[in-house]
Design a protein around this ligand. Structure first.
Ligand code: SF4
Ligand code: SF4
Length: 154
């Protein structure tokens, strides 16, 4: 990460759209929060998505990283592919850097690209490190009792 970051132009995300970013820039936009790897529930009437605290079994909760990123789509069929071919971000939490930029919002101070270090996303309480639950610890029918409690417009 640090080697890639040295090659990035300063504040490239302010001048480039997501569609115009290189692969390295695209990867750097991810803040490493892990929120997108939490199970979600969908309201059948409204289509609204809510995030639970329950993490995909491949998420390394302490690191907030996928433990098998290369094979994630094979191992977890409902893992949502997020790359430069993406067309929608509505399923991501409002704090997500891709969604923020897509909606014309700024990156917050805790984003590693702004703060200069990756721990800031944890220190700010944005990452799932402190509250995510392992998938194996929760019965699927009890997901609705484990909703995430973050403020969704942060
Ligand atoms: S929610 Fe967005 S910023 Fe956070 S880990 Fe997922 S893709 Fe990266
Ligand atoms: S497979 Fe990996 S990237 Fe996909 S949801 Fe699970 S932990 Fe996240």
């Amino acid at each position: 990460m640090s080697n890639e970051k040295q090659k990035l132009e300063p504040e490239f995300w302010k001048r480039k759209s997501l569609d115009d970013m290189s692969a390295a820039e695209w990867e750097a936009v991810c803040d490493g929060c892990g929120r997108c790897c939490l199970h979600k529930l969908e309201d059948v009437d409204t289509g609204q998505l809510v995030h639970t605290r329950v993490a995909c079994h491949l998420l390394d909760i302490q690191a907030c990283r996928c433990s098998n990123y290369e094979r994630r789509l094979e191992l977890v069929p409902d893992c949502m592919l997020l790359d430069t071919s993406r067309s929608t971000f509505h399923w991501l939490p409002a704090s997500c850097a891709y969604r923020r930029l897509d909606e014309g919002r700024e990156l917050e101070w805790w984003h590693p690209l702004v703060s200069g270090h990756r721990d800031s996303v944890h220190q700010a309480g944005i990452s799932v490190r402190e509250f995510a639950l392992h998938e194996d610890a929760v019965h699927p029918e009890e997901l609705d009792q484990c909703l995430a409690e973050w403020i969704d417009d942060d």
